[in-house]
Ligand binder design. Structure first.
Ligand SMILES: [Zn+2]
Length: 187
């Protein structure tokens, strides 16, 4: 693929490779016989030797960048309230709250109905927003004209909007993220 002068043999490459690949080839260093031969190595270290530290840092970096693409993840990440409530928010967000629906899914029980209102499947949305008790509490805190939207938003969006400090739904906007999360924690 390289001629005696060390240049890419463009006349051959043109016939076999798409334009984007040719552009990339033009931008990279050509193979040279004086280079050492290829070998397997760990790409995250300069000496190409594997280390747990570099793998861990890579993983952490990857997780953080994934989080940046997810607004709700980011909102919880920057939550300014108590650590235990923040942990609870992570569980809510990831659907790990032990509701009757979750217990049934894990075969701990055969009954996934709500023990309070007996009306619906007791999933995390039901417990924190749709159950009669939760509805009663939210109805006191949310502006009457926004109640319809508050109770029908997709659950994850509902969580993110209320934790993002905007307080659009609240009768009292100040510190709504803290009020909202404290109510979730106590329901
Ligand atoms: Zn209920």
């Amino acid at each position: 693929m390289v001629d005696s002068d060390g240049d890419w043999r463009w006349n051959r490459l043109h016939d076999h490779l798409p334009h984007q690949i040719l552009l990339r080839l033009a931008a990279i260093q050509r193979p040279n016989v004086t280079f050492s031969s290829d070998s397997v190595g760990w790409g995250l270290q300069e000496d190409r030797k594997f280390s747990v530290k570099s793998a861990y840092q890579f993983r952490r970096g990857q997780t953080a960048s994934l989080g940046m693409t997810d607004p709700i993840w980011k909102v919880i990440h920057h939550y300014r309230g108590l650590q235990r409530i923040k942990m609870f928010l992570w569980l809510v967000y990831s659907g790990k709250i032990m509701t009757n629906d979750e217990r049934k899914r894990r075969h701990f029980t055969s009954d996934n109905m709500c023990s309070i209102c007996s009306a619906q499947v007791e999933d995390v949305d039901h417990v924190l927003r749709q159950c009669t008790v939760a509805k009663l509490i939210w109805s006191v805190l949310i502006k009457p004209e926004r109640l319809g939207e508050f109770f029908t938003l997709p659950f994850q969006r509902w969580l993110g909007m209320n934790l993002s400090q905007q307080g659009d739904f609240a009768r009292v906007r100040m510190d709504w993220d803290l009020t909202f999360s404290a109510v979730l924690w106590n329901i």
